[in-house]
Design a protein around this ligand. Structure first.
Ligand code: NAP
Length: 308
């Protein structure tokens, strides 16, 4: 199969477009012919090495979410038939969707509805999963609460804005000037241009913060919370960031994988609660360019790789 893979950690240029052996399904697994894979911010961190620890075995294929068609069934895999359109997110610790094929545990796959193209389904999978778990299960956001969603123009945060509005929250978000109209179109009630304004000097008394930017933004975000407030961070490593305050909660969402979240994404999409964000589509051969763009951390919506 064709794949975009790397043999050593480094910049986008370490990604090689070439041939690797086809995957073989284990018990309960299916082989999916991938049509589209999304490019998530984590991919560039894995490629660069360090953040998540170094890869021990090469060649290594990036990519955590995808949409495609079931091509063959492993022993005992009965949930789907060959030819079914499916989408999903790989098990935590598994990657490999920047490729024409992947072996997946059938339990993680969901049927892709006709209402979503393969590109759209891939774009919503991991961002939707992460946003739903963070907003609903981790922050337990309630109607009438005030939430700051950091980095509103990104993939996860964009989904989170629409979902938080659906839950009845008052949503404040940050982005650069060129993305202000976009985040307003998602429903944000207040927008702070982080290039000209300091959110920490403007905001107080937030019930919750969903922090997707990382670095010093995470640490500064604690200041906007009211006593008893909670902050969920997904861009500051795998543990909850240390809190400079003892009267607020610091949380790290446990982004588990399960088919039920894919079904929820479909339901939210089909009900018009969430929308497919603006997409920039690359070919598999262009994965290095996609990875460089993702690593810049300045984009609108999602980057997607069209595999076939
Ligand atoms: N399972 C998990 O735990 C999980 C899952 C998904 C993602 N993540 C993590 O969550 C983070 C976000 O992922 P993503 O894929 O949604 O990111 P993304 O789409 O790459 O986000 C990029 C966005 O960040 C915005 N941004 C950059 N610097 C900013 C700043 N200082 N203030 C406000 N906005 C800023 C950019 O807006 P402008 O262009 O306007 O600057 C851009 O729209 C990443 O660190 C990723 O690793 C974790």
């Amino acid at each position: 199969m064709k794949a975009s893979y790397f043999e050593r950690h480094g910049g986008p240029d370490v990604l090689i477009y070439g041939d690797l052996p086809d995957p073989v399904p284990g018990p309960g697994e299916v082989i999916v012919d991938i049509h589209a894979a999304s490019v998530n911010a984590a991919d560039a961190k894995v490629r660069a090495g360090g953040t998540y620890g170094d890869i021990e075995s090469f060649p290594y294929i990036l990519g955590r979410d995808f949409s495609g068609v079931v091509a063959s069934l492993g022993e005992g895999a009965k949930d789907f038939a060959v030819g079914d359109a499916v989408f999903g997110v790989c098990q935590a610790g598994q990657e490999g969707t920047y490729a024409e094929k992947i072996a997946m545990d059938q339990a993680l796959l969901a049927a892709k509805p006709d209402s979503l193209s393969h590109i759209d389904a891939a774009a919503l999978a991991l961002p939707g999963l992460t946003a739903i778990i963070s907003i609903e299960e981790t922050l337990k956001l309630k109607s009438g609460e005030k939430i700051l969603i950091q980095g509103g123009a990104g993939g996860v945060a964009g989904f989170a804005i629409e979902f938080a509005k659906h839950l009845g929250a008052h949503v404040i978000t940050t982005c650069s000037a060129r993305n202000i109209d976009y985040v307003r179109s998602l429903g944000a009630d207040e927008v702070i241009d982080y290039t000209t304004q300091d959110f920490a000097e403007i905001l107080t008394d937030c019930d919750a913060v969903f922090e997707t930017v990382g670095g010093e933004v995470t640490q500064k975000s604690f200041a906007v919370l009211k006593p008893g407030g909670r902050l969920a961070a997904i861009a500051s490593g795998v543990k909850a960031p240390p809190s400079p305050r003892d009267d607020v909660q610091s949380l790290r969402p446990a982004v588990g994988r399960d088919r039920k979240y894919m079904a929820r994404i479909i339901a939210l999409h089909d009900a018009g609660v969430v929308h497919v964000p603006p997409l920039t589509v690359y070919s598999l051969e262009e994965a290095a360019a996609a990875s460089a763009k993702s690593e810049s951390r300045h984009l609108t919506g999602k980057l997607v790789i069209k595999v076939r």
